[in-house]
Write a new protein. Structure first.
Length: 194
């Protein structure tokens, strides 16, 4: 039996179309900024520090947490900074995006949360809506909510350590009692839905 590989027939290999990018801006973006993995490496770059301050400002303006003394017999969820560099279509840097996320994998079921289910739309339903819109000439609109999960209120008290690199010097041993959901919490999608 002769297989495709033996006869020299191979599946096509698809590569990114790099001819559409301007090599100079792409090379500049790759050389000048690397996405940091943690706070220590991000703190050396003023752009990342500015993005972290903006994220903290959004969290404080939404009254996301209160600093409280460390309660006994409670689970303290860790906090972590997540960094991402956003690029424009020409390869140049659009913005440096930072999120403070809770390390929800340390949460205990029954203690930190009860339910995590939140309804989502199925892809088939989206296709039906799009088909109906095209057939009936309906206008389509989209919506993006900034800091979406910060609008969900928590039903169980969740305690999180202070953000790395931004520990309040007046209360270094305090923890954050979350009022609202943060990215990374097990119950965050449900809190946003409700």
């Amino acid at each position: 039996m002769v297989t495709r590989a033996k006869s020299g027939i191979f599946r096509p290999r698809h590569f990114a179309d790099i001819t559409t990018y301007q090599p100079s801006s792409l090379l500049y973006a790759l050389v000048t900024t690397s996405t940091p993995k943690g706070f220590k490496s991000a703190a050396k770059h003023p752009g990342w520090l500015d993005a972290m301050h903006k994220e903290l400002l959004a969290l404080h303006s939404n009254n996301t947490w209160d600093l409280v003394p460390h309660p006994s017999n409670t689970n303290i969820v860790g906090a972590k900074w997540v960094f991402r560099t956003k690029y424009l279509s020409d390869g140049s840097i659009d913005k440096l995006k930072v999120r403070l996320v809770a390390q929800g994998f340390t949460q205990t079921p029954g203690l930190d949360y009860d339910h995590t289910f939140s309804p989502i739309v199925k892809a088939a339903n989206v296709r039906v809506i799009l088909t109906l819109a095209v057939m009936n000439n309906w206008p389509l609109h989209q919506l993006d909510v900034n800091n979406a999960f910060l609008n969900g209120h928590l039903t169980h008290p969740v305690y999180m350590e202070q953000p790395p690199g931004f520990v309040d010097p007046r209360y270094p041993n305090h923890v954050c009692r979350l009022r609202k959901a943060l990215y990374g919490l097990k119950q965050a999608p449900l809190a946003w839905f409700q």
